[in-house]
Design a protein around this ligand. Structure first.
Ligand code: BGC
Length: 733
């Protein structure tokens, strides 16, 4: 990754030496457009009023049509704003012009946005894309998103989201790479490379922002924003790992999480921000708070007032304030009265200016007219990539009697309101997608199959239309039922206490099953669902997540067999919600779950997840043999033979796990150490080798000391975390 040249570093120092204290603090202030006028209550309350039904959506819309946006032009001119959240390129240029031409020092603004899974072209949500285990793909989608957003002036993505997440009740599992720190770390590295590394032109890269640092994915009971308490060895060995990987890969910025970790909100957590991130990891970039998080420190009960919150945050190492103006309103006084030192301010500003310099914003602050128009119509290369990513993310969970794939002339009754909806394929946090680019499942099915008739019947909300069900019964050889969650049911502030199919969808599936026709259930959702009933009764289940603009084509091509499914689960699916959090890499207890009573189990739920991490079927079958493990210098040379035992070509995800059988701290029953995607023609066998560095076989204790302990290890290779071959080896380090 390219760093700053000596000349650029000098320019940063020169600027710093010319800045007034106000201008310095201004760089540490991020604004978003404020909505003003047309209403008497604060905008936040207005939103709440609409959410809790005090006003209708229509009334809200009417109020908004009389409101205007304040883009803080006057403050930009005074040098009091360092960053803004804006996505319209014309507005970007207008505001940038004020910063560059009308502010005293002409320091450009950095425009940031939540570009989580695509900008103009929308790709699968992260939990789905991680399940491709295809790091090259992950990198390519990030690179495309960077180009598209930079063409609109957005040079900073609030992504990747790297929260290890083990509790599917948490709505934000959709935004991250799932439950495993090794997969999460590979995802992290791929995303950083894709977003940041193409410096062939300023227009090709952006600054990434790792979030949410850190531990947010472990919010108690899966309830968003909730408190997080965990042993530090669990933290270091799991939750911190993807962040470490992304920092090693050169990530430019980090966003602190909302939650407290062991009692101290991340926003003011000096141990996390300074000791671990900046000092120990050597992170050179800047840290931004999450939205309004500095203000919320008062509500957390860690700060008495805004001044106190701002002082604690900046001293802890928080360089930029997102959205509260607490820094601009308080830090000058704090410096004057000595509670914040000038060094602390200078350090923050140096970091922010360096990222702006690295982005080339000083030389290329504006968006060109050509760039603005570049993606008005999406190039084929972009839609092709969106389709490839969507196809590779689909996970075949169950395929009884080989019902899938379907012949193209099969008479299909397509059911479910979600099948004909553009917004619902997009997923949480999609940015500037356009309806014209979206292919619904109905459209994809109609263009792939010869005989498709659509009967909405019902969806996640509302009633079941009995007439539609009768009509579907009369038509066709099979029923393809598209069920799942609305986009608004996952993502931020969307935790659910019961993660079965929402609304009356289970009832609807039961009615469809009563028709006697085979039912193929296609799921659209943003989190693992509890599918015990569906798994027991529905013959075919396809996990299609929220796949983005090409969802319809991808689903149809998998159902027809044009594409052999290869996606895997990046998160375990529970059988019932009460099992949450359920994850494959748990430690053993002294009494692992078994049939006997006094073991670690529920009386009324299975021992294990329903579908484990790494799981996913194909239209062919893969068999594993000849696992061998040898010591080769400072690594283990692991090899396994994988055979495509079916009659279709396919792509298998070969997974390598290990277990440290006895150690000074209890270790996971299995932990992923590496994986490889392998194309296998029907009947073909390949030997897959994986070199596991011995240095990577250790673990951190509660003080972050790394241990490599002699003894017995188990090495596993297989097609999922549950289904593996195993070899033991005794090692001394
Ligand atoms: C979310 C962040 C996001 C930020 C800015 C917050 O509410 O937690 O993930 O980047 O808003 O939109």
């Amino acid at each position: 990754m390219k760093g700053l040249t000596e000349e650029q570093k000098k320019k940063v120092e020169d600027l710093l030496s010319q800045m007034t204290l106000e201008e310095k603090i201004g760089q540490m202030n991020q604004e978003s457009p404020s909505i003003v006028g047309g209403f008497d209550v604060p905008f936040e309350e207005l939103i709440e009023m609409m959410t809790d039904g005090r006003i209708s959506k229509e009334e809200f819309g009417q109020i908004m049509s009389n409101a205007t946006q304040d883009f803080h032009e006057e403050d930009i001119k005074k040098g009091l704003v360092g960053s803004l959240m804006v996505q319209d390129p014309v507005k970007v240029n207008e505001l940038q012009k004020i910063a560059v031409e009308e502010s005293r020092l002409g320091i450009p603004l950095i425009f940031g946005l939540d570009v989580i899974h695509g900008f103009r072209s929308v790709y699968p949500i992260a939990i789905a894309e991680a399940g491709t285990f295809d790091t090259d793909l992950m990198e390519r989608t990030a690179r495309m998103a960077a180009k598209e957003s930079r063409a609109a002036g957005v040079a900073w993505h609030f992504a990747p989201m790297l929260d290890v997440a083990r509790d599917a009740r948490w709505g934000r599992v959709s935004e991250g790479p799932g439950e495993d720190p090794c997969l999460g770390s590979q995802f992290a590295r791929a995303k950083i490379r894709g977003l940041q590394n193409d410096h062939s032109a300023t227009e090709n890269y952006v600054a990434a922002c790792l979030k949410h640092y850190v531990g947010y994915g472990a919010c108690e009971s899966g309830r968003d924003y909730n408190t997080v308490s965990m042993a530090m060895h669990v933290f270091y060995n799991n939750y911190l790992k993807p962040f470490q990987a992304a920092v090693d890969e050169g990530a430019q910025t980090v966003m602190a999480a909302f939650n407290d970790l062991n009692g101290v909100p991340c926003t003011v957590n000096r141990f996390l921000l300074r000791d671990i991130l900046k000092d120990s990891m050597g992170f050179p970039g800047f840290v931004v708070s999450d939205a309004n998080a500095i203000r919320e420190c008062v509500v957390h009960g860690i700060a008495e007032d805004h001044m106190d919150a701002g002082v604690q945050a900046v001293n802890a190492g928080m360089d930029m304030d997102m959205g509260t103006e607490i820094y601009v309103k308080n830090l000058k006084t704090a410096v004057e009265n000595g509670t914040v030192s000038m060094d602390v301010i200078d350090e923050a500003v140096r970091r922010i200016l360096s990222v702006k310099m690295w982005l080339g914003l000083f030389d290329h602050p504006y968006v060109t007219e050509e760039a603005m128009k570049r993606y008005e119509t999406l190039p084929k290369e972009h839609t092709d990539l969106a389709r490839e990513a969507a196809e590779k993310s689909i996970v075949l969970l169950k395929n009884e009697d080989g019902l899938l794939p379907l012949k193209k002339d099969t008479k299909i009754a397509l059911v479910g309101a979600l099948a004909d909806n553009r917004e619902e394929i997009i997923g949480a946090w999609a940015m500037s997608w356009q309806e014209k680019d979206c292919v619904t499942i109905l459209e994809g099915m109609k263009s792939t199959f010869e005989n498709v008739k659509y009967f909405p019947c019902g969806g996640p909300e509302g009633d079941i239309d009995m007439n539609d069900i009768l009509k579907a019964e009369d038509y066709g050889d099979v029923i393809v039922a598209v069920m799942g969650e609305l986009v608004s049911m996952s993502g931020e502030a969307s935790s659910r206490s019961n993660i079965t199919l929402p609304g009356r969808q289970k009832e609807l599936i039961e009615m469809l099953m009563h028709t006697g026709k085979p039912v193929i259930l296609v799921l659209m959702n943003g989190r693992p669902l509890a599918l015990e009933w569906e798994n027991n009764y529905v013959p075919v289940i396809v996990e299609a997540w929220h796949l983005g603009i090409q969802m319809g084509n991808a689903v149809a091509r998998v159902l027809s067999g044009d594409v052999n499914p290869e996606g895997r689960l990046s998160s375990s699916f529970p059988a019932v919600t009460g099992q949450c959090p359920v994850y494959y890499n748990h430690p053993n207890t002294g009494r692992p779950a078994s049939r006997s009573k006094f073991t670690s189990r529920y009386l009324d739920a299975p021992f294990d997840s329903l579908y484990p991490f790494g799981y996913g079927l194909s239209y062919t079958t893969y068999t594993y043999s000849d696992l061998t493990v040898k010591e080769e210098g400072d690594a283990l040379d692991i090899s396994v033979k994988v055979t495509n035992a079916g009659d279709r070509d396919g792509r298998e995800t070969v997974q390598f796990y290990m277990q440290d059988v006895a150690a000074s701290l209890v270790r996971p029953v299995k932990e992923l150490k590496g994986f490889e995607k392998v194309s296998l023609a029907a009947g073909e066998t390949k030997e897959i080798r994986f070199s596991l560095k011995k240095a990577d076989m250790g673990f951190y204790d509660n003080e972050r000391n790394y241990h490599l302990e002699d003894g017995l290890f188990r090495i596993y290779a297989g097609g999922s975390s549950r289904d593996c071959l195993m070899q033991e080896i005794r090692l001394s380090f």
